[in-house]
Design a protein around this ligand. Sequence first.
Ligand code: GKR
Ligand code: MG
Length: 433
Amino acid sequence: MADPIITEVRLTPILVTDPPLLNTQGVHQPYTPRLIVEVVTADGVTGVGETYGDTKYLELARPLADRLPGHRVTDLNGLFALAGGVAVDSSRVDNSVDVGGLRGVQTADKLRLSVVSAFEVACLDAWGKSAGLPVHGLLGGKVRDRVEYGAYLFYRWAEHPGGAGETDDWGAAVDPAGVVAQAERFARDYGFTSFKLKGGVYEPAEEVAAIRALAERFPGQPLRLDPNGAWSVETSLQVADELREILEYLEDPTSGTKNMAEVAARARVPLATNMCVTTFAEIPEAFTTDAVQVVLSDHHYWGGLRATRELAAVCRTFGVGLSMHSNTHLGISLAAMTHVAATVPHLDHACDSHYPWQTEDVITDASKERLTFTDGHLVVPDAPGLGVELDRDRLAVLHRRWLDDDGTLRDRDDAAAMRVAHPGWTTPAVPRW
Ligand code: GKR
Ligand code: MG
């Protein structure tokens, strides 16, 4: 195999249809920004990657893309060194948390990593296609043939406020019965057996009731609740106590490592996080104070697929479990998650994925189908690269939507979307309860 040189990089920002999913900050906007990265090699091979598409990510992706022609797709360490040289506008990181707090601390490094990770995935895809090897093969080889995912349940409305965007056929889920009906559909259509409820939306007692209803309907099956840090230490301990017999883990009940450690010390339920441990710098305090028992990795902000494996090694060393976090994403990211998950031996919990909520995609698999979950699992692709094909017509449609937007939807803002329904709404301070 010739060592493939990058000759061109294409960046395509898109807006993806998203349902009105509720969280503690507000509600999803009708469309979510994502960025599709393509690297093209001198041999005419194209590799694809995907990441967050908000303006602050685009601003970093453009100068990085400009530096890549002439770079080898196999030189991933060099890619990260190039990214390290891209300056981050400090006004983009002067708020201490990302997306109103849903994804933890916001630092210049984390912002850079969230961008370069999509380039890493695109390089791995191109490298794999050139070498005739699947991405998991470039990461050391798969240790499983299927990766398990869980159903990601959300309180939600039937429609976006003001009837904006698209309407799907899921209907509203605003109480225990609605949550159970949603879970039943996920179980029926995709065979999921683990269920995570996004909480922090209603009073804790209501969310406890929803989890109890799920436990009654799916006895003995893994259940999780994630209020995105909306509760005080005392509320977290109370919920942990009430649900101690039925939760697999409680995810980010409270904000900050110190509070998590306080809850972990007294709760009889393991704690998971994608908020207080989102960078390597946050690991020492969290692991030495036993603040978290499971880290939910996200290859976008941890810095790619190889960094995810480094994180896995650190977690293994400290006896901390590992699984995967998800935000709204398309099939390129799902394929990347699946390849890396396939290579991590101690992946002990079903991974999160928003993917079933997405009605649109920009890829198909080798058989021209959308990626599908069977028995709650995705089969690990063995085709070269990620094993997905870019659908250029779909990409063009979603990019056109981004071009036509007046700028209001190009940055995720769940509080702004909530204000359409509740004009006085501001991002709630934590602890909310
Ligand atoms: O999409 O509303 C959402 C989620 O709340 C997401 O933003 C979170 O970052 O899924 C994430 C989580 O597990 O905390
Ligand atoms: Mg979470």
